[in-house]
Design a protein around this ligand. Structure first.
Ligand SMILES: Cc1cc2nc3c(=O)[nH]c(=O)nc-3n(C[C@H](O)[C@H](O)[C@H](O)COP(=O)(O)O)c2cc1C
Length: 198
């Protein structure tokens, strides 16, 4: 699997998926979509056991165990999300918080920040994309929150689609322009991967 997408919407036929699908199609790559709202993911309790006791592993053996491995396996990441009160929905936030275990597997170079205890960066320089929609407002805030996470993990953000969509469902037939824009975004991800020899 080359591209891992995390779709934060709790609605499989909603706007978020309708904008994510053309991006994935545009990549022309093997991909997998994870849906945190339909996964068993306990929330992070901040115990730091994934750092201090069982490096890279959370004591909660739920669907995040496999998800963390998929993140490490993938060559590129797409985070797609609707806007809930200017942020990502709860299940996606739980996914993001639990993904902190990826900093403590020992894979990658040490974090370049200036405080200790932030582990290593297995995703440094890997391409990532942000796909965020809203009913009409505050999608930029949601995107900024996702950007923060991707920057912390030192992904290279190579493309974004951040729009208020008012509940619109994108289809190739009824919205060829937006579909084309999203498809091109996916193509760009493929080109970035090719340039990296992937
Ligand atoms: C709990 C909740 C909070 C929301 N907060 C916002 C918001 O802050 N700004 C906004 O423009 N839309 C907001 N919306 C609307 C959703 O972003 C919009 O309906 C979006 O299309 C949902 O994505 P989906 O179709 O993939 O489910 C909210 C919806 C819900 C259910």
């Amino acid at each position: 699997m080359d591209v891992l997408a995390i779709c934060g919407s709790p609605r499989k036929n909603g706007t978020t998926n309708s904008v994510l699908e053309p991006v994935l199609a545009g990549t022309g790559r093997s991909y997998e979509v994870l849906w945190p709202a339909f996964m068993k993911i306990g929330h992070c309790i901040g115990c730091q056991k994934c750092r201090d006791v069982t490096p890279g592993k959370c004591w909660q053996d739920d669907d995040m165990t496999a998800a963390v491995n998929k993140m490490l396996e993938a060559k590129a990441l797409i985070i797609a999300s609707p806007t809930y009160f200017g942020n990502v929905p709860g299940p996606l936030k739980n996914f993001i918080d639990r993904s902190i275990a990826t900093c403590h597997t020992g894979k990658g170079e040490p974090w370049q920040g200036d405080t200790p205890g932030h582990g290593t960066r297995p995703f440094r320089g890997e391409p990532a994309m942000i796909v965020v929609i809203s009913g009409g407002a505050d999608h930029e805030k949601t995107a900024a929150n996702i950007r923060l996470v991707l920057e912390y993990y030192e992904y290279q953000v190579v493309g974004e689609f951040v729009e208020g969509m008012g509940g619109y469902i994108v289809t190739k037939e009824e919205s060829p322009d937006i579909y084309g824009e999203l498809f091109s975004l996916g193509k760009k991800l493929d080109e970035v991967l090719k340039a990296k020899g992937v």
